[in-house]
Write a new protein. Structure first.
Length: 93
């Protein structure tokens, strides 16, 4: 009895595998694979557009931050010069 159960499981598995392979390689399945791949490619293009936009915005933010730091450094340098001129004038009096 145990042998028949094993043999039945083997035959059932082989049949299921054969039917599965036929289903996976059928024309309808290939159409589904094609549509799924096309959808994946469209999604990839959309994601890449978003990534490009984010990179451009990050570049703009970085440039603005550098400009802001340069302006701040120039302002601090001007204030230090003014303070030194004031110190020199006060010492001469």
């Amino acid at each position: 009895m145990h042998k028949y159960t094993r043999m039945a499981c083997f035959v059932g598995g082989a049949l299921f595998g054969s039917v599965g392979i036929k289903l996976l390689t059928s024309k309808d399945a290939k159409k589904i694979y094609t549509h799924a791949t096309a959808a994946g490619l469209r999604m990839k293009d959309s994601v890449m557009e978003t990534v490009t936009t984010v990179q451009e915005n990050a570049g703009d933010i970085l440039a603005a931050a550098k400009d802001l730091n340069e302006e701040r450094a120039a302002k601090e340098a001007a204030e230090q010069e003014a303070a030194q001129v004031c110190d020199c004038n006060c010492e001469e009096e």
